[in-house]
Design a protein around this ligand. Structure first.
Ligand SMILES: [Zn+2]
Length: 84
């Protein structure tokens, strides 16, 4: 049992509150990582070719860190002598 002033919390209530706080923090962290505005303004073209995908991912990496450049694309870029 935890007392905060007149508020009395049981352990299960406290656990629920901590869980809730954690979910909000996770959500916040997630939002920080995704640059939604950039994504809205820069959609990957449908059936993008290699060049378009490279361009998209290089720009993406500058403005957003929601996901890395796919390993396969990186390998293909290295094969073709392109720098990241
Ligand atoms: Zn992103």
């Amino acid at each position: 049992m935890l007392f905060i002033g007149r508020i009395r919390l049981s352990e299960s209530e406290l656990a629920r509150i901590l869980e809730f706080a954690e979910s909000i923090l996770n959500q916040h962290y997630h939002n920080m990582k995704i640059n939604r505005e950039w994504h809205e303004a820069n959609r990957m073209p449908k059936n993008a070719n290699f060049e378009q995908r490279v361009k998209w991912h290089l720009e993406h990496a500058k403005y957003c860190s929601c996901r890395p450049i796919p390993q396969k694309l990186v390998e293909e870029m290295e094969r073709k002598g392109l720098k990241r």
